[in-house]
Design a protein. Structure first.
Length: 470
């Protein structure tokens, strides 16, 4: 039985899927993770493109269906690739159309540019002035032939030429929904970041995702004294990603974003010289302006290898008046959730319950950090959530993001995780691994508790029953 073309297209799209192809926004961090299937493997951009090229060569029917997948996400990483793409979309616009008298005439159509949904421009090299001018002109011409772009990603190593951004904004479609902007070694004092100092973003009234977390400003602290930002109305922005940079936090606090619901703070994108109190001060101003509407705050660590926490503590978002509607809070483990670092340990950091926090995600947890006889900061985070359950009356789920018990090679991993699960169960909270599984001991006569010493830390683990997931 033949399948409709729409179903074939979805099958092809699933077979060639690569993350961040159709959207730059991170998904819900609480979507259950699945173990990697090394038999089938995972698509890489190169493998995905090879598969797409093979699909369009099977037959004419498949070519008509799968051609749009070839142009769904276009990466222009070199001047040569940019020129080739421009020539392709230009030549594809020429098509023959039959007239009423039966004759064929050559007309301009939409061409392959109509299939482009995400265009990514990577500018890593400094070129001579003559070559650079033609490069920027070709970018604008290529973009003008893509009327249905939804996502634009710009990765720039060098400052943009004067006047380029307003021209680019003029030729990008007004229906643009997502913008990713990465720029290295920016000196804001000499206006090397026009996306912040111009009103280009206002040209896109439908923009809902704004990712600025990879903008590295070298003079962020010096510029705080004399750089001011204008106010723009970005009514549809619901997802905002920023580095923990005080200057960009100040910029965001000046904008009007009534639909903002999801905030990502990336500590890896900020300059290493940023003084943490300055970032906290600007964050307080940002939360005073936008904290009321935030529902998800995602903290990314300053080092993805060690998952070292950034300069901003999660307690800044749990204050009573900071984010009263916050429901989801994923981030790396912190040293201590419940106490001041420099104050008396008897004084809790939070003096009032948070009414709406439902889900907490902790990244960077592994079985080696969960053994009770090896206390680390991750355990202090878990213990604080249990000990101060009264401060989070709506809390339902704590999940170890990225850690799947079923894939651990440690034979005691289920037992150790179950020990923590039972601690959270006593206070009415589900502790889940990355798959969204609550692990518990199998009911039966062979069930036995894990053995611990009287002093508290475990000296041995004994597996009497089988550990199962539910």
């Amino acid at each position: 039985m033949s399948l409709p073309p729409e179903l074939w297209l979805e099958i092809f799209r699933c077979a060639t899927h690569v993350p961040r192809t159709r959207s730059i926004a991170t998904g819900d961090p609480f979507v259950p993770e699945r173990p990697v299937d090394y038999v089938w493997g995972m698509n890489s951009p190169i493998q995905s493109m090879r598969t797409k090229c093979m699909l369009v060569r099977v037959c004419r029917a498949w070519r008509a269906i799968a051609t749009e997948l070839l142009y769904e996400h276009v990466v222009l990483s070199s001047p040569r690739r940019l020129d080739a793409f421009y020539r392709t979309v230009l030549e594809s616009r020429k098509e023959f159309r039959e007239k009423e008298n039966g004759e064929a005439e050559l007309v301009d159509g939409l061409g392959h540019g109509q299939w482009v949904r995400h265009i990514e421009v990577q500018r890593w090299l400094r070129a001579r002035a003559a070559h650079a001018l033609s490069y920027w002109q070709t970018i604008v011409r290529a973009v003008s032939f893509c009327p249905r772009i939804r996502v634009f990603s710009g990765l720039w190593q060098a400052p943009l030429p004067d006047g380029f951004l307003p021209v680019l904004a003029r030729y990008l479609p007004p229906t643009l929904e997502e913008i990713y902007w990465q720029q290295d070694s920016v000196l804001i004092a000499v206006k090397e970041l026009p996306i912040l100092t111009t009103s280009a973003l206002v040209s896109f009234p439908t923009i809902r995702v704004l990712d600025l977390r990879k903008i590295c400003i070298l003079d962020a602290e010096r510029s705080l004294q004399h750089v001011t930002f204008g106010t723009m109305s970005l009514h549809n922005v619901s997802y905002l990603a920023l580095p923990t940079c005080p200057l960009l936090l100040r910029y965001a606090s000046r904008q009007v974003m009534p639909a903002l619901r999801h905030l990502v703070l990336d500590a890896a994108g900020a300059p290493r010289t940023v003084y943490a109190p300055l970032a906290m001060k600007e964050l307080a101003n940002f939360l005073e302006k936008h904290g009321q509407q935030l529902q998800t705050v995602e903290l990314l660590p300053s080092n993805t290898q060690s998952l070292r926490p950034g300069p901003i503590s999660i307690s800044a978002f749990l204050a009573p008046n900071a984010c009263p509607n916050l429901e989801t809070l994923p981030g790396p483990p912190i040293v201590n959730l419940a106490y001041h670092h420099a104050g008396s340990p008897s004084l809790p950091l939070l003096d009032a319950p948070h009414p709406s926090l439902k889900r907490v995600g902790i990244r960077g947890l592994g079985i080696s950090k969960l053994y009770p006889n090896k206390p680390v900061q991750a355990q202090a985070h878990l213990e604080a959530l249990v000990a101060y359950r009264a401060l989070f009356p709506a809390l339902e789920v704590v999940r170890t993001l990225g850690f799947l018990v079923g894939t651990s090679t440690d034979i005691f991993a289920p037992d150790v995780f179950i020990w923590w699960t039972e601690k959270f169960e006593r206070v009415g909270v589900d502790l889940q691994d990355g798959e969204g599984v609550v692990w518990m001991l199998e009911d039966g006569p062979e069930k036995a508790p894990l053995v611990a010493s009287e002093s508290g830390p475990f000296h041995a683990f004994i597996r009497y029953g089988n550990s199962v997931s539910s």
